[in-house]
Design a protein around this ligand. Structure first.
Ligand code: FHN
Length: 453
């Protein structure tokens, strides 16, 4: 127990160090506390649950143009429904006026859901900057009637509410002239032919992509994570990736960078292939690895099928599925980054709000079995999953046994079993736990197993 308290206390210190590093760096340049890799990753490993926010001008058409619905993610509408840059600027960016955007309300919703960090798209593949960039006026402050710096407002709201603020940033850019492959007509998004390389791209990297990220690292306080995407295009090289990683850590030594900063990622599975690649964690996308992985990783996932707002996509995952995904991921040693696609006015879809509320109710009661937890020490049981923390293993029961008997792994030497919901102690009979008649939670009932020392 004492160890658990010490661990929590150390995490709090590390989190506050992570939050304060920039302030210290600004005020006393030489005094940034450079954390070891384990210390730097500690808050993120403890957090386990974060909110992804895909938001930009593409939220206005919501995946639909002249009655045509774009396939896949609505944030790809520029590419999928063949907007010219001029048309996109006029019809999409020109109509982006999210007057109902309320950073505090967004952060409160994340916090109440039990999420510990937020990753906002500072720029997606459409190239539009969601902050007041000095590098280019293709941004929300200069190009919209709205005229507010969304990155700044969210960064401040996160700081106020104790949520770690992070940014997603796209390497792919369908708007910048030097980021287009001249031989590839449909922007550089698919780049099916990886031999077609754009000779102008290094200029875009040096004079645009990197300076914009430097701007974000310099003017918006501490970033918990810099989350890159678009690593797959042939124009972007491993040399650029390593240079980018180094540049970022020079400015904010304690920030965390995902593996899409380099070129090691193996597709949607998200982990790196063998080799020397920059990046601090793997990024499975829309999938959860079959078994635990003994390195840092975070699965990102949508609630329906689209990252950006897409009202025509009604294929929503249930709250039960999302809660069980969170448990499944933590039982395998990963983090869950769950996406929201706010609409063109800056409002979260009602379906997302409802699911966040359900997740909040669950994490409020069962959070001890998620935050600061590690992968299961034993094989996955048929009835659910295990997570672990120190001398405790948590049994997350998805399928409540009809006969009231829960068979646990014989390798677990359990001394005491109790329901997390109300602390009620449960009778142990060898490797069987005698359960009450009804499940203690409709989505996943958690039983705390205290092991013999
Ligand atoms: O193309 C993007 C997609 O729009 C979305 O941003 C996801 C989130 O991980 N990543 C990309 C594809 O890997």
């Amino acid at each position: 127990m004492r160890n658990t308290f010490m661990l929590i206390a150390l995490s709090m210190v590390l989190l506050s160090t992570a939050c304060n590093q920039k302030t210290k760096a600004t005020e006393q340049k030489d005094e940034v506390v450079k954390l070891s890799d384990d210390e730097r990753m500690a808050w993120w490993r403890d957090a386990r649950f974060g909110m992804f926010i895909h938001w930009g001008p593409y939220a206005v058409p919501g995946g639909e143009r002249d009655g045509q619905i774009c396939k896949g993610g609505a944030e790809w509408i520029m590419d999928k429904l063949d907007y010219t840059i001029e048309d996109y600027e006029k019809d999409v960016v020109g109509n982006f006026n999210p007057v109902n955007f309320d950073a505090d309300a967004w952060v409160t919703m994340a916090k109440n859901a039990g999420m510990k960090y937020i990753v906002l798209t500072s720029k997606h593949h459409d190239g539009f900057a969601m902050w007041d960039s000095k590098v280019s006026d293709y941004n929300i402050v200069k190009r919209t009637e709205f005229g507010r710096d969304v990155v700044k407002e969210l960064a401040e709201a996160c700081k106020k509410q104790g949520i770690v603020f992070c940014l997603y940033h796209s390497i792919v850019d369908w708007h910048h002239p030097e980021a287009q492959a001249p031989l590839y007509p449909n922007y550089n998004a698919g780049q099916a032919d990886q031999t077609v390389v754009n000779p102008e791209f290094p200029k875009y990297y040096e004079n645009y992509l990197k300076p914009q990220v430097v701007e974000l690292l310099t003017n918006y306080g501490d970033l918990g994570v810099v989350w890159f995407d678009g690593d797959w295009i042939a124009d972007y090289t491993t040399e650029m990736g390593k240079d980018f990683y180094k540049t970022i850590r020079e400015i904010q030594p304690n920030t965390i960078v995902n593996n899409r900063v380099d070129k090691g990622r193996m597709g949607m599975e998200g982990m790196d292939m063998e080799g020397d690649f920059a990046g601090d964690f793997g990024t499975p996308e829309q999938e959860i690895p079959a078994t635990g992985i003994d390195s840092d990783w975070e699965a990102c996932m949508t609630m329906n099928g689209s990252w950006g707002y897409k009202p025509s996509d009604t294929n929503w995952k249930s709250s039960e599925e999302l809660i069980q995904n969170l448990v499944d991921i933590v039982s395998k040693g990963g983090n869950f980054l769950l996406n929201i696609g706010p609409d063109g006015l800056g409002v979260f879809p009602q379906e997302s709000v409802e699911r966040l509320a359900d997740m909040g109710k669950w994490t409020k009661v069962n959070g001890e079995a998620i935050y600061g937890c590690q992968a299961s020490p034993v094989d996955r049981p048929e009835w659910g999953r295990y997570t672990s923390k120190g001398n405790v293993v948590y049994a997350h029961v998805f399928d409540w046994p009809a006969d009231g008997k829960l068979m646990i792994d014989a390798n677990l030497k359990v001394q005491k079993a109790s329901l997390v919901t109300d602390g009620q102690e449960l009778k142990l009979d060898g490797a069987t736990i005698v359960l009450p008649e009804t499940a203690s939670d409709e989505f996943a009932s958690v039983i705390k197993l205290e092991l013999a020392q």
